[in-house]
Design a protein around this ligand. Structure first.
Ligand SMILES: *[C@@H]1O[C@H](CO)[C@@H](O)[C@H](O)[C@H]1NC(C)=O
Ligand SMILES: *[C@@H]1O[C@H](CO)[C@@H](O)[C@H](O)[C@H]1NC(C)=O
Ligand SMILES: *[C@@H]1O[C@H](CO)[C@@H](O)[C@H](O)[C@H]1NC(C)=O
Ligand SMILES: *[C@@H]1O[C@H](CO)[C@@H](O)[C@H](O)[C@H]1NC(C)=O
Length: 455
């Protein structure tokens, strides 16, 4: 969804996927969003409320219209400019040929008696050369239409401007530009809200590759630009410290490695995460989290996660030293683990990505040893109830409201054993290691932006 100024109204339904919960359209924006399309755009389904959050008062609506018109006009000018330049050169060339043709005619007229077949042939060739001029002239006519439309738009624009002028009294440029800026920031805020939501559905999987042991991890960096799609691959849950890097998903699939990194410490489990160019992982036989920079090959930080159980004290259901799960979402970096203090139940901590300090902690009542996997989307932790066939997303905990909910979101555990399941906010996908297969799931998120949310 590209939310443009001017987009509003009660009945804009772009695309409907799945079932719409019973929520009246007057309550707020209802947004379903899922994976990206080939161009990297999010696919959103929007049911707009009767009173749009993004367009409260008539003045900003007019301004938005104004902005769009200005945008449209500059685009028209651009097109017109390009076309006119190109056509002008062509017409110049044709003009020269026409002059040549005129000379030819004069010659023929001057000497009717020596009129020869050859002369006619030349004349015909010249005529043929002039044929392409016709579409150019047609184009000119189109441009002329565009120009008159353009003029009308300018007239309309003046009318809108006059309307605003009348409304806010004297024409005040400062005030106007201030409003435009405010509108812009509101729109941006609106967009930010559209990208987050509650998990509704998991679709897929798509098997990207079959490689490695039954247990491992693979990932891309959610903070990287969409052009940079490096893949990192960390096979096995123990006794390894080699990270393999691939330049792209295609290279990963075909097995063309671009680099390998030899980490200073072995890792434990499969719950590592790459975030903003660094690998965050749990150092083996400890509750120490290591931040390793791929660029410099250095450890930038390491810190013990206080009270966190490790080395199969509080693993996920499948074991494999999966005690400490590091993950990233739209809001930042997180550690999911369990402590004796919280009776072996899952603890969520938000981490400072630079220092690895714990910023804030939430205690859930879900036993870590009974959790198959967990992943974070928009500050909500989703926990599966098993790593085996029939597993589903069974429980969710919102760090925003510090409340939990039982859920029933199935997903297809195609290869029967799941040793890694992590959300990537850039790709809007779940990366999974499914019994020696690297698979991807799409997620569908749902959001209601209540009109009262607006501030
Ligand atoms: C701007 O251009 C788009 C696409 O051509 C059109 O749909 C829209 O109505 C235009 N907006 C205004 C305010 O003229
Ligand atoms: C100008 O405004 C009139 C009346 O609102 C409308 O019919 C017309 O389509 C507008 N023209 C352009 C080019 O926007
Ligand atoms: C996710 O959705 C996108 C767009 O519909 C599609 O191209 C892609 O194959 C899907 N991926 C998975 C893992 O289902
Ligand atoms: C990512 O790293 C860059 C420098 O490498 C830093 O400026 C930026 O703030 C970091 N972003 C986040 C979200 O941590």
């Amino acid at each position: 969804l590209v939310l443009r100024p001017g987009y509003e109204g009660p009945e804009h339904i772009l695309e409907v996927q799945g079932t719409i919960p019973t929520i009246g359209p007057q309550e707020g924006w209802q947004v379903y969003s899922s994976a990206q399309d080939a161009d990297g755009r999010c696919i959103c389904t929007v049911v707009a409320p009767e009173q749009s959050l993004c367009s409260r008062d008539a003045k900003s609506r007019q301004l938005r219209q104004l902005l769009e018109k200005v945008q449209n006009m500059s685009q028209s000018i651009e097109v017109l400019n390009l076309r006119t330049q190109r056509d002008f050169q062509y017409v110049m060339k044709m003009e020269n040929q026409m002059k040549g043709l005129r000379t030819k005619f004069r010659q023929i007229e001057a000497d009717r008696k020596t009129l020869m077949t050859r002369g006619f042939q030349e004349l015909k060739e010249k005529m043929d050369e002039l044929q392409p001029l016709i579409p150019v002239l047609e184009q000119y006519k189109t441009d002329a239409r565009l120009i008159s439309q353009f003029k009308e738009e300018v007239r309309n624009l003046s009318a809108v401007l006059t309307g605003i002028q009348e409304e806010i009294g004297a024409y005040d440029y400062e005030e106007l530009s201030h409003r435009v800026l405010r509108l812009e920031s509101r729109l941006r805020e609106c967009m930010g809200k559209l990208t987050c939501g509650k998990l509704m559905k998991i679709t897929g999987p798509v098997t990207v590759k079959t490689s490695g042991t039954r247990f491992g991890a693979w990932m891309t960096d959610p903070q990287a630009s969409s052009k940079n799609n490096r893949v990192w691959y960390m096979d096995s849950y123990t006794n390894n410290k080699i990270v393999r890097e691939y330049k792209s998903m295609a290279d990963f699939v075909s097995g063309v490695e671009s680099r390998t990194y030899n980490l200073p410490f072995k890792w434990a489990g499969t719950n590592h995460v790459v975030y903003n160019g660094s690998l965050y992982y749990n150092k083996y036989q400890s509750n120490i989290i290591v931040k390793y920079s791929f660029e410099t090959g250095r450890v930038l930080a390491q810190r013990a996660l206080e009270y966190a159980g490790f080395h199969n004290v509080y693993p996920y259901t499948w074991g494999g030293f999966s005690d400490i799960d590091l993950m990233a979402d739209e809001l930042g970096l997180w550690a999911v683990y369990a402590t004796n203090q919280n009776a072996g139940n899952i603890v969520i901590s938000q981490l400072d990505p630079d220092t690895l300090e714990v910023l804030k902690t939430w205690n859930t009542e879900y036993s870590k040893r009974n959790a198959g996997e967990s992943f974070m989307i928009c500050g909500t932790l989703y926990i599966t109830n098993s790593h085996l066939t029939g597993a589903k997303v069974y429980y969710s905990y919102s760090t925003k409201t510090s409340t939990y909910e039982y859920t029933d979101i199935p997903f297809h555990n195609q290869y029967f054993h799941m040793s890694m399941l992590d959300y990537n906010a850039r790709d809007r996908a779940l990366y999974a290691w499914n019994n020696g297969h690297q698979v991807l799931f799409n997620v569908t998120l749902f959001h209601i932006i209540r009109t009262t949310d607006d501030s």
